[in-house]
Design a protein around this ligand. Structure first.
Ligand code: FPP
Length: 266
């Protein structure tokens, strides 16, 4: 497979940034990542990381955005199919105007730098969140990234922007109620049928949720989708979350006994 086809390189044994399978991060980890299709990350600690270096909070967000690329490459090479990153929550509007404005401009900077590479690597960009409430320019950049990569079959790289899980569930319930009223849906539906109303409708549920920077909270992120996810909380701030730390998390995931509410060996 040649570069730029928009297809997944992983199945061919050739990685995006390395020449051969042996050189890539996945070496020796395929058994663990096989069952870890979907990794979600709460990218926390940009501000504290920046402060520790005597820099403004915005410098932390810029370093954090660059790290999205590094971890996307690593995730893709590890064979993870879905990487879903919390970039801006419905609660983040409470931050200072300077910080919010900076975070709204970051997608343009980020995709300007990396979109071509993402396309070449076969990544498919997806978005979660109420994009209509974002500034027009921000929304446009995000939608363009989705459109440009919609036929790609490699890593599904999703950014949650103006996303809040409780809001997502309320919006889903409202749409479901409208569908029942209009005779398009039955009153008795399965969990799987309800999932079709969520923003993640064509994505698998999360296998591994990671939060960086030592906080032990979920912060309104993918509450439905993490019902049976394994959780990892790491001390590293997001800008210092390296591919090695990701590998460590997946290695921990590989040691977990996932029973999904059942009992093993019965
Ligand atoms: C939380 O850490 C982080 C955020 C609210 C923003 C995360 C955004 C990025 C990593 C940039 C990604 C953007 C794109 C376009 C890919 P914090 O800043 O609240 O850290 P603190 O708890 O140390 O203050």
């Amino acid at each position: 497979m040649t570069k730029g086809t928009g297809e997944s390189r992983f199945s061919s044994g050739i990685c995006c940034c390395s020449e051969t399978f042996e050189e890539c991060y996945n070496f020796g980890m395929s058994e663990q990542t096989k069952s870890c299709r979907h990794v979600a990350i709460i990218m926390d600690g940009n501000g504290r990381w920046a402060k520790a270096q005597g820099k403004p909070r915005t410098a932390g967000h810029l370093a954090g955005a660059d790290n999205v690329r590094t971890i996307a490459i690593a995730a893709s090479e590890l064979g993870i199919e879905y990487l879903t990153l919390y970039a801006f929550s419905t609660e983040n509007w409470k931050r200072s105007e300077t910080e919010v404005n900076y975070l709204m401009k970051l997608p343009k900077v980020f995709f300007g730098k990396y979109m071509k590479e993402f396309i070449d690597c076969g990544y498919r960009m997806r978005m979660l969140g109420e994009l209509d409430q974002l500034p027009k320019g921000t929304k446009q950049v995000l939608e363009e990234a989705v459109e440009l990569s919609k036929n790609n079959t490699g890593l599904n790289l999703t950014l949650a922007m103006n996303y809040g899980s409780q809001r997502e569930i309320v919006l889903a319930a409202e749409q479901y109620a409208r569908d029942v009223r209009d005779g398009k849906a039955s009153l008795d539906i399965s969990n799987e049928e309800f999932e079709q109303y969520l923003m993640t409708k064509d994505m698998p549920n999360v296998d591994l949720m990671i939060r960086t920077s030592g906080e032990l909270r979920i912060s309104n992120y993918l509450l439905w989708q993490i019902a049976y996810a394994e959780l990892e909380f790491v001390p590293e701030a997001w800008p210092e979350f390296t591919p090695e730390v990701l590998k460590r998390c997946i290695s921990q995931f590989g040691k977990r006994d996932r029973r999904f509410g059942g009992v093993k060996d019965e």
